[in-house]
Design a protein around this ligand. Structure first.
Ligand SMILES: Cc1ncc(COP(=O)(O)O)c(C=O)c1O
Length: 412
């Protein structure tokens, strides 16, 4: 993958701010991964799983209709939703799952927001013959129920997290606590490019396959690199995965899109680089976090559970400060509009997370020249969001459908 040392810090960000008893586990993981990332046998095994199980390489699709509609630059879509389980999350789960098995671990635990990472981890656990427990906030369990059902089908135990805001950040805390109590046989499979070292670098390495594939595919399609890349940013794994292989290509502009939610007030969004960016140390790493004046993690909101997180991966924090990645946010209402447009124009139902990237691209594209090439990362597909989108976009028929389903269950 790379011969560079595994980064512990990204400028002032990252690091390991964890209880003393976790340090040996993080050291063990760092050592194991350092050996495996340059081991051709491991890389071959992972690459075989990518191609024969997950469906890589995912296509890069020219979006002719969207390009025509927006009237500006040429738009390509990187189709991560075509991965097995419906999102880029499986890539990192396969990578870490293999590392864990090589370390002799028999259990995987994970936190999940949208449920996509939980499904990916449960899938990998089933595939690799490992046990699996997933921690998920009670609020997210309600809004992403299809994924909860899938995780249980796949053999995972889903543990509802009922403290705090009952969303992703509380699920991370519950998973960390559980890990400390079960270090011997358990690997904590963190789902984004964040957490204490070595997670941010390790997750970035696994997800960088996205950007490497885009490089090859766009060279085939256009004979040159793209001019801009657009991705949504929750914790940051699909974005850093797309951007990392292009970071040293100064001609390529990178746009990260955060969740603008319903507005700019605290609690209404999850835009870490919004009105008042704040640096802090939370959940084992230093980065930007949405915090109140007392330094407590702020409540967040997004229409998409996968972006509803107060922190951001430390490498993205550094690249933000260096001006290498341009961050901005889009509102829930703009996301729903972009969601509908991608469905109708391209026949692609995107995840609501990915629709954030589409919404950002819709703002940028009309002002760009026709020979500008833009790649939007469609990080996942929208099946998982059907309970949210139907409620917003087709309420009456959806309510009728749900009522008839309940009636049906009651009658049997
Ligand atoms: C489809 C999809 N895209 C994006 C994200 C956000 O995570 P990240 O920023 O790590 O890519 C999620 C998280 O659940 C997701 O399910």
């Amino acid at each position: 993958m790379t011969t560079k040392a595994i980064e512990q810090r990204f400028g002032p960000y990252g690091g390991r701010y964890v209880p003393e008893m976790l340090i040996p586990a993080l050291d063990e993981l760092t050592e194991a991964y350092a050996g495996l990332r340059n081991d051709p046998g491991f890389q071959q095994e992972l690459s075989d799983l990518f191609t024969t199980y997950s469906g890589r390489p995912t296509p890069l699709t020219y979006a002719a209709n969207l390009t025509r509609r927006l009237g500006g630059c040429k738009i390509y879509l990187k189709m991560e939703g075509l991965n097995h389980t419906g999102a880029h999350k499986i890539t990192n789960a396969l990578g870490q799952g293999l590392v864990a098995r090589k370390m002799g671990k028999t259990r995987l635990i994970a936190e999940t927001g949208a449920g996509q990472h939980g499904v990916a981890t449960a899938t990998v656990a089933a595939k690799l013959g490992m046990a699996c427990t997933v921690f998920m906030g009670q609020v997210d369990i309600q809004r992403q129920y299809p994924n909860v059902y899938a995780m249980r089908l796949l053999g995972a135990e889903v543990v509802p997290v009922t403290f705090g805001t009952r969303t992703l950040k509380d699920a991370v805390n519950a998973a960390l606590k559980h890990w400390i109590e079960h270090l011997d046989d358990t690997h904590y499979l963190i789902g984004s490019a964040l957490g204490p070292a070595p997670y941010p670098a390790m997750v970035r390495d696994f997800q960088s396959v996205i950007g490497r594939e885009v490089k090859t595919q766009i060279m085939e399609a256009e004979g040159r690199l793209p001019d801009s890349l657009v991705a949504c940013v929750g914790g940051g794994s699909n974005s850093i995965g797309l951007f990392a292989p292009f970071v040293d290509e100064p001609s390529v502009r990178c746009f990260g899109t955060e969740a603008g939610g319903t507005g700019p007030k605290p609690g209404e969004n999850a835009a870490r680089f919004g009105e008042n960016p704040q640096i802090g140390i939370v959940q084992g790493y230093k980065s930007y976090f949405l915090q109140n004046d007392d330094g407590q993690v702020q409540e967040t909101h997004s229409i998409s559970a996968g972006l509803d997180y107060a922190g951001i991966g430390p490498e993205l924090a550094q690249l933000h400060d260096e001006g290498r990645i341009h961050f901005s946010s889009v509102l829930d209402s703009e996301v729903l509009e972009a969601f509908k447009i991608l469905c109708r124009e391209e026949g692609i139902i995107p995840a609501l997370e990915s629709a954030h990237a589409v919404a950002r691209a819709m703002q940028l594209a009309p002002g760009l020249p026709k020979d500008h090439i833009m790649v939007i990362n469609i990080s996942g597909r929208g099946d998982k969001d059907i309970f949210i989108t139907a409620k917003h976009l087709d309420e009456t028929r959806w309510v009728e459908f749900l009522k008839s389903e309940v009636q049906d269950i009651e009658n049997h």
